[in-house]
Write a protein that binds this ligand. Structure first.
Ligand code: GAL
Length: 646
């Protein structure tokens, strides 16, 4: 169940055999290689050098290690860029970004697609049936470094083509976007340009469609690689390594061409980049937040076939955040177990050895440049032994509770924040956190996925309710809980004629009459049902005959419920959100467990796993059976696996 990312091309060949031996001894079985090695595979245009890669794979295979090959398209060589500078990505400022790091291409480029076809076909022909090669990773972290929306001539041409398919006539496009406003009407699709570089705000409808187009273009590019791999490498899995807290393309759509999703888990790096207060960042700086990784494990597991891998797991300090602390002792092991408890098939570490040259020399590996184990390497060695001792955990059952991640919600609220700090990622995180603090499993789903079998479904925000999402909402018996801005837009970014929540009025007879966004420091007191707290950032005025469950001091409804749905028209403070969700869980008859912060519980059938992210030991009051790992009192930065009947 352990893996590692290895770059044989970075090291003397006479180190490879020893590296492979050490990997095996550590309990590692999978090694991902080659995803940035195009310049070594094809040093001259059309001249392939497979010798080194043949030997690297053979060396790993000799130790019984299984190989995952990365297609190298995230790092095209200099000769390719010199021959075809038109493949370079043009950013919103109109400038092309150049050679010298990675991700220097646009997926819309016909030339780059042809070059991709060539190198992926060559690689798949050579290694597609190799017995040590068990699977493929396509490219590397699609969208990284802001490369989803690009603005070159081929992106523009692709956008026009996409629009003409979607709208059929330019009149329909003008109508959908409301182009009569500010004389933005086009006479033909040829006149359409990507929305960037305007004097003032671009049309939000154009921005949303450009985002959709860019997302589709990337999905198409991924599918193109998958098709080649399936043809030349049957019976091998195909995956991609997605990122955390990254919403810039529709991951559900892109993953349709994959067998399962993988993701790259950098718990500490993400703390620095997430919109938390400085106080919270300081609290989590060397453990990370207890819901950051868990959320993504659940997301990527549910996205495709109930399977996922961690392709890259943080082993020590990274190099790319503003500050890069070492993980608190115990956390590298804990994160590994956490991924496994949430169902990861493999946890693969980035990277085997810290590299003493080039861009990532300050990034830790499982081993140091002097070839000794790093602190993270020691923890992974222990993890490997423990995995062998504990054995497989029971299968993961469907949870009673689901939360819906809507990529378009991220796009729409970025295009039109309306309040500068209305941050969809944070909203989603706060709702997930408020739920998980009740000691329950929470499945993470994307819109349109079946909601059958859930008792409670939380939708923090879903501005556009697409037909598939509506169907799933109508077909479930779950009580639905919608958050602010849900149903506030039609497909073309327009406000529904009946006012928000538009189509959700089928569940809730209510209208959002007006919206206030609130600057930092403003908080409106909210109370009801014995609860009290505050709303900040966002407050909607609800017009409804439904009795209010939470209201402002002035009596303005903030949350209402019908028989099968609730609507929450405000951004609530985390403590109130947590207690409110507790109430909803009780109403839905879902058992919850009171635990101190920041302790988390994951259930796998009759087995429970406790993760203690906090500074204090935690004694589990409800563990009734045998301990498979650890003890009833769980020290800080530690875990326990036990049989349970709470
Ligand atoms: C990932 C990337 C890796 C490496 C790593 C460093 O985002 O896929 O290639 O750069 O970050 O943390």
């Amino acid at each position: 169940m352990l893996g590692v990312c290895y770059y044989p091309e970075h090291w003397n060949e006479d180190w490879w055999a020893e590296d492979a031996r050490q990997m095996r001894e550590m309990g590692i079985s999978y090694v991902r290689i080659a995803e940035f090695a195009w310049s070594r595979m094809e040093p001259e245009p059309g001249c392939y050098d497979w010798g080194w890669l043949d030997r690297a794979i053979a060396t790993l295979a000799a130790e019984g290690l299984k190989v995952v090959l990365g297609t190298p398209t995230a790092a095209a060589p200099k000769w390719l860029i010199d021959a075809h500078p038109d493949v370079l990505p043009v950013f919103a400022d109109g400038r092309a970004r150049g050679f010298g790091s990675r991700r220097h291409y646009t997926a819309a480029s016909k030339t780059f697609r042809a070059e991709t076809d060539r190198i992926v076909t060559a690689m798949a022909r050579r290694y597609g049936a190799h017995e040590a090669v068990v699977g493929w990773q396509i490219d590397n972290e699609f969208g990284g470094d802001d490369t989803v929306m690009l603005y070159g001539p081929e992106d523009a041409a692709g956008f026009r083509e996409w629009l003409s398919k979607r709208y059929q006539s330019v009149e329909a496009l003008n109508r959908a976007w409301g182009n009569v406003f500010w004389s933005m009407e086009f006479r033909s699709f040829d006149e359409v340009i990507p929305p960037a570089g305007q004097v003032s705000d671009a049309n939000p409808a154009a921005l949303l469609d450009f985002w959709r187009y860019s997302s589709d273009s990337l999905a198409e590019y991924c599918a193109l690689q998958a098709k080649i791999l399936r043809k030349h490498s049957p019976d091998r899995f195909i995956t991609h390594n997605f990122m955390g807290f990254f919403h810039q393309f529709d991951h559900a759509k892109l993953s349709e061409s994959l067998d399962f999703c993988s993701w790259d888990s950098y718990p500490l790096g993400k703390i620095e980049h997430f919109p938390l207060s400085d106080e919270e960042r300081a609290r989590w700086y060397n453990t990370s937040h207890p819901d950051f990784s868990a959320f993504h494990h659940e997301l990527y597991r549910k996205l495709r076939n109930d399977r996922f891998w961690i392709m890259e797991q943080q082993p020590g300090p990274v190099n790319w955040a503003h500050w890069n602390p070492a993980p608190k002792p115990g956390m590298v092991r804990l994160w590994g177990w956490e991924a496994l408890a949430h169902g990861a098939e493999v946890v693969s570490y980035f990277r085997w050895r810290q590299v003493p040259f080039a861009q990532e020399q300050m990034h830790a590996g499982l081993t140091r440049p002097d070839r000794q184990l790093s602190p993270g390497g020691h923890e992974v060695t222990r993890l490997g032994r423990e995995i062998a001792d504990v054995g497989p955990l029971p299968p993961i059952e469907q949870a009673d509770v689901a939360i819906v991640l809507d990529y378009e919600a991220a796009w729409i609220t970025t295009i039109e924040p309306q309040g500068a700090d209305f941050n969809y990622k944070l909203l989603l995180h706060r709702w997930y956190e408020a739920l998980r603090r009740h000691g329950i499993n929470v499945d993470v789903l994307t819109p349109g996925r079946s909601l059958a079998g859930y008792k409670l479904v939380f939708v923090p925000s879903m501005p556009v309710v697409c037909a598939a999402a509506m169907r799933a909402l109508q077909e479930t018996d779950a009580h639905l809980v919608f958050g602010p801005r849900s149903g506030s837009k039609l497909q073309n970014f327009e406000i529904p004629q009946t006012l928000p929540p538009g189509p959700l009025q089928a569940f809730l007879p209510l209208k959002v009459a007006e919206v206030s966004s609130l600057r930092p420091g403003l908080a409106i007191n909210v109370e009801g049902e014995g609860l009290s707290g505050s709303a900040s950032r966002w407050l909607e005025q609800l017009e409804t005959a439904l009795p209010s469950r939470l209201a402002t001091e002035g009596g303005q409804p903030v949350m209402v419920s019908s028989e099968n749905a609730s609507y929450l028209g405000a951004w609530l403070d985390p403590a109130l959100l947590h207690t409110l969700f507790g109430l909803l869980l009780d109403e839905a008859d879902i058992a919850r467990v009171v635990m101190p912060e920041p302790v988390r519980l994951v259930r796998r059938g009759k087995v429970g796993v406790i993760f203690n992210y906090g500074p204090e030991p935690y004694t589990i009051p409800f563990a009734t059976g045998r301990f498979l790992l650890g003890e009833r009192t769980v020290p800080p930065q530690d875990l326990a696996i036990f049989e349970t009947t709470p």
